[in-house]
Design a protein around this ligand. Structure first.
Ligand code: GLV
Length: 341
């Protein structure tokens, strides 16, 4: 795309020019920008992933700010182009910002934004969905039904893993990791082991309080443990969900050696970033350990999968959709409305 051909313009006479590299859901963000005297240009090109060159063409000679996506490489070249065009701000529509070179942004005086907070529950919910789908072999069973192979109930048909009483391991107990841990502990009465550089006292307090509630009701209390090492989590947990940021220290955090430390029937979930797992090593591990299962929302070289992954029945793969949920607005009760207005 030498010159951007497909652009949607809002508020053409706005004082500030802001470019969004993709159309985004809803209209609230558009209204907000217009209210702030922005001429908004939304790139509506069909091409899914824009190159650095495409984005430089979109920035043009005058651009006050850009809203971009996690698929774009925001480094030296783009920040220098944005700064030359008078740009002061770049917003990444993602909580993860491994695609943004923050040092380069600082060098060119461009402020960077991301979206923490709003993606916590949606990402945790997808990690929980993948956990359940893998534990109960839902995708395999669905394929079996659609293939017309079901000819009657059998005691051994698609036996999965019961979560209750098992141990969920969380690596990276920040906002998303903690939300996932709470869902699994409270929803499925799982014990928790977590590894993080920082202690999550709120999470520990939550599990302690829930354990007391269960005990008071005559049920087996859940437990929690903060592991001293990541390997401790890998060895002890039945389900392991990865929630670290991606940086030099977490690249291939789960590699061949670490996979070998996990239980043969463990389930590994990744809704963080693909390169946190050595995907080629994972494919080999899955081939040799058919009872080991994985649920992946992210891949090492998106949009591609490593050879062999798509053929494996013990892998569930979805196309980076953890943040793809909407809030359903419930109509206000008309009775209440009557008195309110
Ligand atoms: C999605 O992957 C995000 O980081 O928001």
């Amino acid at each position: 795309m030498a010159k951007p051909v497909s652009i949607e313009v809002w508020n053409p006479s706005g004082k500030y020019r802001v470019v969004s590299t993709k159309p985004m859901p809803g209209t609230r963000w558009i209204n907000l920008l217009i209210q702030n005297d922005v001429r908004l240009e939304i790139c509506t090109e069909k091409k899914t992933i824009l190159s650095v060159e495409d984005i430089i063409a979109l920035i043009g000679d005058k651009c006050d700010g850009v809203i971009g996506q996690l698929t774009e490489d925001w480094g030296e070249e783009l920040f220098s182009a944005l700064s030359k065009a008078g740009g002061k701000a770049f917003s990444n529509m993602a909580v993860g910002y491994n695609n943004v070179d923050v040092d380069a942004a600082n060098k060119y005086g461009v402020a960077v934004g991301n979206t923490p907070g709003v993606l916590t529950e949606t990402t945790a919910e997808l990690a929980a969905s993948l956990t359940l789908a893998a534990a109960r072999r839902i995708v395999e069973a669905d394929e079996f039904m659609r293939a017309g192979l079901y000819d009657g109930w059998l005691p051994h048909l698609f036996v999965g893993n019961l979560l209750k009483g098992q141990t969920v391991g969380v690596i990276g107990a920040g906002r998303i990791g903690s939300a996932y841990a709470r869902m699994m502990v409270e929803g499925f009465k799982m014990n928790l082991i977590y590894y993080d550089l920082y202690q999550s006292t709120r999470l520990e307090k939550f599990v302690t309080a829930y354990a007391a509630f269960l005990k008071a009701n005559g049920e087996t209390p859940v437990t929690w443990k903060r592991a001293a090492t990541m390997d401790e989590v890998l060895q002890e947990a039945d389900i392991i969900s990865l929630h670290p940021v991606l940086d030099k220290t977490t690249y291939h955090l789960v590699n061949k050696e670490r996979l070998a430390k996990m239980k043969k029937e463990a389930i590994l979930i990744n809704c963080s970033r693909g390169p946190v797992i050595d995907e080629a090593a994972l494919v080999e591990h899955l081939k040799h350990n058919p009872m080991f299962r994985v649920g992946l929302d992210v891949f090492e070289e998106e949009p591609y999968m490593k050879p062999g992954l798509a053929e494996l029945k013990n892998a569930i793969v979805v196309p980076h959709i953890a943040s793809a949920s909407k809030v359903i607005i419930i109509n206000p009760n008309p009775y209440i409305k009557k008195f309110r207005y």
